[in-house]
Design a binder for this molecule. Structure first.
Ligand code: PLP
Length: 342
């Protein structure tokens, strides 16, 4: 059965984390002469390594206790830290769906972790039997699932995802970067039920803060503890922490932006489907649309020449472009260009 102790790399269990000046002293003081900071200026102090104020705020927003929250320098840092905690380089393996977010494989390769690809079905769903056949592989430590999935745009079937979480004895990292655009709810409330589950979200998409680089992981307190233990102590700058706090003061604006993007997604999908250069528009639970074209490479080049950049995903899915839902004005420019394509 699941035993976290068996999954954490021995060197990670053994190491004692870097102890910074502010670890030794908590509380309010007038004179800080403990961290070799410059006494002058407004950005002269190190940020809070545990981001307490921000986590408090996120805890209320997401209804997840503070001890179950980890914040990374983007989701990308959370992914990398998971490899470092759970996968011995040159020995252990990760299973990811294919096609999915490219960062999983890059991060696996950086950490010298072998990748098992489980191909999505033609409808872009998980093949449970294909994933399950790898459960007996003792070196498979981590399964990364992405829902809604990038670049296909669809949510994975929640029941299948939950079955994998409950039957796999390793760690499941569920990437919900696009969950705010989806119709189905997050699985974050399942972290109390499954000790091997890490649910990841981000401020980069629905919150419009890609530049700020903050990713969230929701998981049991023990795993959150390991993530905190091995992260660089000041992984999130005070400017970035403040940017999120300021953004969260305007809850209405977040909600109205997500609504507007979802409405534009519906409109854009409908309009693109009518075009003669398009073969199929796939349903999307995200803020982008995957479309199959008659000739994706040609249309990609044509759009570049018009100053419109989409993503050509043909190397992953034959003749497919991934189009981010922009503002109404941007989407109209795209539609006008595509209508004029000959
Ligand atoms: C955009 C995206 C992210 C966000 O990554 P950050 O490092 O938080 O900006 C995570 N996962 C997927 C699948 C994405 O497409």
């Amino acid at each position: 059965m699941f035993n976290l102790d068996d999954l954490v790399r021995p060197n990670v269990k053994r190491l004692s984390p870097y102890s910074c000046a502010r670890d030794d002293f908590h509380g309010r003081a007038g004179v800080f002469l403990d961290a070799n900071e410059n006494p002058y200026g407004t950005l002269n102090r190190y940020p809070d390594p545990y981001q307490r104020e921000l986590k408090d705020r996120i805890s209320r927003l997401k209804s997840v206790p503070v001890e179950n929250i980890f914040l990374g320098n983007g989701s990308d840092e959370v992914i990398d830290l998971c490899f470092r905690i759970f996968c011995n380089p040159g020995q252990d393996k990760v299973l990811t769906l294919y096609p999915s977010y490219g960062m999983y494989e890059v991060s696996a390769s950086v950490n010298d972790v072998e990748i098992i690809r489980s191909e999505l079905t033609p409808e872009f769903g998980i093949s449970y039997s294909d994933v399950k056949k790898h459960f007996s592989d003792r070196n498979l430590r981590l399964i990364i699932l992405c829902s809604p999935n990038n670049p296909t745009g669809n949510c994975l079937d929640n029941e299948t995802v939950e079955r994998i979480i409950s039957e796999f004895r390793g760690i499941v990292l569920l990437d919900e970067a696009y969950i705010d655009f989806a119709a189905q709810p997050s699985m974050k409330d399942k972290i109390s039920q499954y000790p091997n589950l890490i649910v990841m979200q981000t401020f980069s998409k629905a919150f419009g803060l890609a530049s700020v680089r903050i990713g969230m992981a929701f998981t049991n307190a023990e795993i959150a503890g390991y993530l905190n233990k091995i992260k660089p102590p000041y992984n999130i700058s005070s400017l970035n922490q403040r940017a999120v706090l300021r953004r969260l003061e305007k809850k209405e604006s977040h909600r109205s932006q997500v609504t507007r993007i979802r409405e534009e997604r519906t409109r854009l999908s409908g309009e693109i489907a009518k075009l003669s250069c398009v073969v199929e528009v796939y349903p999307s639970d995200a803020n982008f649309i995957l479309t199959r074209m008659k000739d994706a490479a040609k249309i990609y080049e044509y759009l570049v020449n018009k100053g419109i950049i989409v993503r050509n995903r043909s190397s992953l899915i034959n003749n497919c472009l991934r189009i981010t839902v922009g503002s109404a004005t941007e989407n109209n420019k795209l539609l006008r260009a595509l209508k004029n394509y000959k």
